[in-house]
Design a protein around this ligand. Structure first.
Ligand SMILES: Cc1ncc(C[n+]2csc(CCOP(=O)(O)OP(=O)(O)O)c2C)c(N)n1
Ligand SMILES: [Mg+2]
Length: 327
């Protein structure tokens, strides 16, 4: 799917929706309205949006602990997501999962998860299932650079390659693994080089440049859809906020963060790209930001007005009691 003005405006809106959702989620956490941990995606929007712009509703997406952006980019309703963060019964997981378990099965968003590299095995599994069923669905798995140091990364990609599964493994290399700099714990700088061990293409792109991400993701997704097997796509990116709430960020300087925010912001870069091609007037820019803001305001109102799940619901969906009774 090549980039034109209309698609670019949709992607630009998606990036603003993610940015504003995240900033508001951060604010709501400060107000005590968000239950559980919160890992923000601000700064990394170009990756989720550039990749998901190619996906159909029936393609699968699996994420990480930092997955609000992946879910929004794949089309998860913002109201349900905000309600999930608030722990309300109208949330996408009935308020029982919170930020790290946002999902939406109606869009084949199998969700965020709190286990580093936890999505890689299941994404390989959905890839295997679609291959067996003979459909042309693609599975996309997002994970961080830290995940590339774990066993499931190697096991998943080995199987994906061996069986030529329709999976795109997308590494969001933001240079940090919690409070640890990648260069202190990795032996190779680029995660993409690790693809050579599994004989699949390894592609590294500037994750702040949504146009570059979109182009590389398009090739990887087309390849998977044609049945030619997986790709390891690395996007070099950066997170603006701390790892999660309460991070004192002693492992990086304020100047480093400001440099990324001021000079490599994915939204600002995309706005400049579009303006240069006359794809976005000042007025359209304003309208897009207003639309994103209104969606976030509505989501907070929805979450606020929703009820917490009743105590009686505590065990529902946790253990399948009917199945146990039959067993
Ligand atoms: C198996 C496992 N080990 C450790 C943790 C604790 N933990 C949570 S996030 C994280 C760092 C992940 O880094 P990366 O994969 O680069 O993702 P990023 O946070 O940078 O997006 C760690 C170690 C965990 N959740 N799961
Ligand atoms: Mg990281």
């Amino acid at each position: 799917m090549s980039l034109d003005a209309e698609l670019a405006r949709r992607m630009y809106l998606d990036m603003w929706r993610i940015r504003m959702f995240e900033e508001e989620a951060n604010r709501q956490t400060g107000l005590g309205n968000v239950a559980g941990a919160l890992h923000l995606y601000c700064g990394e929007e170009a990756v989720g949006v550039g990749v998901c712009a190619h996906l159909r509703d029936d393609d699968y997406v699996l994420g990480t602990h930092r997955s609000h952006g992946h879910c929004l980019a794949k089309g998860a309703p913002m109201n349900d997501m905000m309600a999930e963060l608030f722990g309300k019964e109208t949330g996408s997981c009935a308020g029982k999962g919170g930020s790290m378990h946002v999902a939406d099965l109606s869009k084949n968003i199998l969700g965020a998860n709190g286990i580093v590299a936890g999505g890689i095995g299941p994404a390989t599994g959905t890839g295997m299932a679609t291959k067996i069923r003979g459909t042309d669905q693609v599975s996309v798995c997002f994970f961080g650079d830290g995940a590339a140091a774990r066993g499931p990364f190697h096991e998943g990609i080995l199987m994906g390659s061996l069986w030529k599964l329709p999976v795109v493994y997308v590494c969001e290399n933001n240079g940090y693994q919690q409070w640890v700099r990648r260069e202190n714990v990795a032996v190779v700088d680029s995660v993409a080089t690790m693809a050579a061990s599994y004989d699949i293409p390894g592609v590294s792109v500037d994750g702040q440049d949504v146009v570059e991400v979109h182009e590389a993701a398009g090739e990887a997704i087309d390849r998977a859809r044609r049945g030619e097997g997986p790709t390891l796509l690395e996007a070099r990116t950066y997170r603006y906020f701390g790892h999660s709430m309460g991070d004192r960020e002693e492992y990086r300087t304020r100047e480093e963060v400001e440099d990324w925010r001021d000079n490599r912001d994915p939204i600002a870069l995309f706005r400049a790209y579009m303006a240069e091609r006359q794809w976005l007037t000042g007025r359209e820019d304003e309208e897009i930001r207003t639309a994103a803001k209104e969606a976030v305001t509505a989501a907070v109102e929805f979450a606020d007005a929703s009820a917490y799940p009743p105590l009686a619901a505590a065990h529902a969906d946790v253990l399948d009691t009917e199945w146990r009774a039959d067993a």
